[in-house]
Design a protein around this ligand. Structure first.
Ligand code: ADP
Length: 299
């Protein structure tokens, strides 16, 4: 197993993020990462960083999603769309093992991050969540200072480097530094909704993830703050892979490179109807159901 794997048995808590070599993905090859000037390459031509193959997820006996096969392109934004209850959030949470925290649940199929099985017995779910960060629907800063919110994850994982520098660069990347640089000791809760969500993005970035999962990150925000988050996502994808769940068709069409349309089958399990480059899904979908959904005829 590579030294930088997700396994808990090779990475001690104390040295998890102090050695920069450990921050490198375990099995990254140059062919997987598009060059930064490759932004014009359609998502369907970009190698995946995450691969779900035949994934089903159960809450007790209830199968919430079934037979999901999605290959998530590196350094692109993938949108998960579909009617409420079709399992978008559930699927998102399987990717960084957040669902592990819900008792009596079960995953079938394979989920790979680079070439590692995310659910292999040696894999440490805490390390998975560091490498695959998450931003939630409602901005949820901790009742702590702006600085301590961003420093929270690195402190937890025993970061021994320049914490001030890491906090600043994370806030810079989240397009929040200019707004907060003179009030880092102020509570994160004192910020506006849009700023709070950018603080949550900075908090996710501070653990140096490769992938950021976003579960309807703009649903509690006004249109201006929503656009700011979308602009931020466009910047972030140069360095991160983003998967976003959104109910907002315009947002999926504007902000994403690839779109996965899910619906609910007769047995109530969510499944993938169609997935393709976003432009294709919105202008020339193959499936009539997709066309009906993106044109607002149902859902
Ligand atoms: P979406 O994000 O598309 O609205 P969800 O993933 O939230 O869909 O929900 C998919 C299905 O799983 C729904 O039937 C929902 O009731 C069920 N579900 C979601 N969370 C839980 C949970 N913690 N326990 C049991 N069932 C759940």
């Amino acid at each position: 197993m590579p030294a930088t794997s997700l396994g808990s048995d090779t990475v001690r808590d104390s040295d998890r993020v102090t050695d920069p070599a450990r921050l490198e993905p375990s099995i990254v090859t140059t062919s997987v990462r598009p060059a930064s000037d490759d932004a014009a390459v359609p998502a369907s031509h970009v190698a995946p960083v995450i691969r779900l193959d035949g994934v089903s997820f159960y809450y007790g006996a209830f199968r919430a999603v079934k037979d999901i096969t999605i290959h998530v392109p590196t350094h692109r934004i993938t949108a998960l769309i579909g009617p409420s209850g079709c399992g978008k959030s559930t699927l998102l949470r399987t990717i960084n093992r957040m669902n592990d925290l819900i008792p009596n649940t079960r995953v079938e199929g394979t989920l790979r991050f680079h070439d590692e099985d995310l659910y292999a017995s040696y894999v440490d779910p805490v390390e998975v969540r560091r490498r695959i960060g998450m931003v939630f629907q409602k901005p949820n800063p901790f009742p702590k200072s702006i600085y301590d919110n961003v420093a929270f994850g690195p402190r937890l994982t025993g970061f021994k480097g320049d914490l001030d520098g890491l906090v600043e660069s994370s806030l810079q990347k989240a397009a929040l530094w200019k707004d907060v640089k003179d009030k880092l000791k102020q509570s994160g809760l004192s910020l506006s909704g849009g700023q709070q969500q950018r603080l949550c993005i900075a908090r996710a970035i501070a653990t140096e993830p490769e992938v950021i999962l976003m579960d309807e990150p703009c649903s509690a925000l006004d249109p201006r703050a929503t656009l700011q988050i979308e602009e931020l996502m466009a910047q972030l994808k140069e360095n991160y892979t983003i998967i976003i769940v959104t109910h907002n068709m315009q947002q999926a069409a504007r902000a994403s490179d690839r779109t996965v349309f899910m619906n609910m089958a007769d047995d109530q399990a969510g499944y993938v109807v169609e997935q393709d480059d976003t432009i294709t899904i919105f202008t020339n979908p193959t499936n009539q159901m997709t066309e009906d959904y993106v044109s607002g005829r149902f859902g």
